[in-house]
Design a protein around this ligand. Structure first.
Ligand SMILES: *[C@@H]1O[C@H](CO)[C@@H](O)[C@H](O)[C@H]1NC(C)=O
Ligand SMILES: *[C@@H]1O[C@H](CO)[C@@H](O)[C@H](O)[C@H]1NC(C)=O
Ligand SMILES: *[C@@H]1O[C@H](CO)[C@@H](O)[C@H](O)[C@H]1NC(C)=O
Length: 516
């Protein structure tokens, strides 16, 4: 077409899977794209990022048709744009220009990860040990997507084989004398959390409760109801006991939420829950906060909300007054109704509480009643994840934690039949696991944006692509660009310090561009 495109293409030398990385063992299940199958024989890996020399860039691409983390590289062109291209743009698909301002730093990035649910452990346990290790390394190792966050349910969730808490006595036990970790902790959580910590010692853990013991609740059930007033302090003591018990197992935590999705209790959901209205949340300032701060675990980050965008910013505004705000380090938010509630509520929450952490702590696809739970190889779910992460990061969110790390081919186990999809699906019958497009979607961020990176400013000239840009602690710039179009898309990435890159993104692709 033009000489500029030609030079751009010539500069790109595909060096995929050099240095001994293993490539994707593609498997199609008739969906829009493919999974990468991992077995005793093989599992795809991805080498750690190596900074490139100044004046050059790297680009990792995954797309609907052929690629998973395919690495190419090339060189920057000088700052000036050719007028010839400008002229041609009048007649062809307009080029999108992404202008990077690497000095305009915004929020710090805390990390990426997923949840160590009971279902996750049950599914991992079904694999032979060599395949289990490949699975955990896929998520946490330098040859994997380098997750550094894990969410740990305190007790059961809908992704357990039954409802339970840590103090299921028939009569009230306000001394918590019967508090014990359960078999699920020892069989499904602790062993895999420990292995993940061995693989990535920088893994940080966030704990969340789903339900309290029945005797502590107004309705005497695991789902719905609130904490009885007389047990507010006991519920805080229960949290503390959890951290002590996990400590005894050698596992320490970065943070805790005030409880998963309190709104579930308002809609009579079958999922275990504890209802909190803003007034009741003075519990965080009067009980949970003081109890944690007076303990050995005083540095735990306490995140409130742990629920949908609907509650922003009014719920935190109603809670963070009268001193409660002193005990709250941040606000955690879930993904499920993002299509209905605009991301601007995140920005207004950040503006109202600029010193508080904003963290995305749960998402999954296949969650809606009319959807099939697991779609092996579906590309649109990867796009939904990338869209969600880019949108959140462009609205002050500091990290992103997926829901179940691992589910089975039915999307469980879940004792209340709440099957959904996950980034890794285990096939018991073949002793394999499948890395879904959603796995790579998250890896396009988690692998390349280490903890301590910052979101940076970026302007994109038209809406043909979705973009978020970051600066790594080592000075590298990371630009994640998604092309959802059915055709290739030419983009220019323009950095006043480095010059510009011209790239042709493949159709339906996720791309991570890196330069130093
Ligand atoms: C691209 O990668 C190849 C193979 O690793 C390397 O030899 C070459 O120097 C790289 N080029 C640039 C511009 O970084
Ligand atoms: C890059 O940005 C600079 C400064 O804004 C501008 O002068 C230059 O023309 C831009 N280059 C391209 C290729 O868009
Ligand atoms: C804050 O304190 C005032 C005065 O004691 C009280 O009326 C109000 O309900 C409190 N608000 C919250 C959220 O606790």
């Amino acid at each position: 077409m033009t000489h500029v495109v030609l030079i751009g293409l010539l500069a790109i030398i595909t060096i995929a899977f050099s240095d001994g990385a293993t490539s994707c063992n593609k498997r199609s299940f008739g969906e829009t794209s493919f999974v990468c199958a991992c077995s005793t024989q093989s599992c795809d890996t991805l080498d750690p990022v190596q900074p490139s020399t100044s004046g050059t860039y790297q680009i990792y691409t995954s797309n609907i048709d052929t690629d998973r983390f395919t690495l190419s590289n090339g060189s920057f062109l000088p700052g000036r744009k050719s007028s010839c291209r400008k002229f041609l743009n009048l007649f062809t698909n307009p080029t999108t220009t992404i202008t990077i301002d690497r000095d305009a730093t915004q929020q710090e990035i805390l990390g990426f990860g997923g949840a160590f649910t009971d279902a996750t452990g049950i599914n991992i346990q079904k694999l032979t040990e060599d395949v289990q290790i490949k699975l955990l390394e896929s998520y946490f190792s330098p040859d994997g997507i380098e997750y550094n966050f894990g969410r740990v349910p305190m007790g059961g969730t809908d992704f357990s084989t039954e409802g339970y808490s840590y103090d299921d006595t028939d009569s009230p036990d306000p001394q918590l004398s019967q508090f014990e970790l359960q078999q699920e902790d020892f069989d499904y959580k602790i062993p895999y959390i420990k292995q993940a910590l061995e693989i990535n010692p920088d893994l940080e853990l966030l704990a969340s409760t789903w339900t309290a013991p029945k005797w502590m609740k107004t309705n005497g059930a695991y789902n719905g109801g609130a904490i009885k007033n007389e047990y507010y302090q006991v519920w805080a003591d229960y949290f503390l006991k959890f951290f002590e018990k996990y400590d005894e197992e050698g596992i320490s935590f970065w943070g805790v939420t005030t409880g998963n999705e309190p709104s579930l209790a308002l809609v009579n959901s079958a999922i275990n829950s504890v209802r909190w209205l803003p007034g009741g949340m003075k519990w965080a300032g009067e009980n949970l906060g003081p109890t944690i701060r007076a303990s050995k675990y005083k540095d735990l980050k306490i995140l409130m909300l742990d629920d949908q965008r609907f509650f922003l910013p009014w719920f935190p505004e109603a809670v963070m007054k009268n001193g409660t705000e002193k005990f709250i380090d941040g606000i955690s938010v879930h993904w499920y109704w993002d299509t209905i509630v605009p991301a601007s509520v995140l920005t207004s929450t950040h503006k109202r509480f600029p010193d508080k952490i904003l963290l995305a702590t749960e998402a999954c696809r296949g969650d809606k009643a009319w959807e099939k739970a697991v779609l092996l190889g579906d590309w649109s779910r990867a796009e939904d994840y990338v869209h969600g992460i880019i949108q959140d990061m462009n609205h002050y969110v500091q990290g992103w934690i997926d829901w179940n790390l691992v589910l089975d081919t039915t999307g469980g186990p879940t004792y209340i039949n709440n099957q959904v999809d996950a980034a890794i699906i285990v096939d018991y019958e073949t002793n394999e696991f499948y890395k879904q497009p959603m796995f790579y979607a998250q890896g396009h961020f988690s692998k390349f944006i280490p903890r301590g990176s910052h979101k940076i400013d970026q302007k994109t000239s038209n809406n043909g692509v979705e973009v978020a840009a970051f600066k790594r602690p080592d000075g590298g710039v990371v630009v994640v660009v998604m092309n959802k179009n059915d055709s290739p898309k030419t983009i220019i990435v323009n950095d006043s310090k480095s010059g510009h890159i011209e790239l042709k993104l493949t159709s339906k692709s996720i791309n991570t561009i890196l330069y130093w």
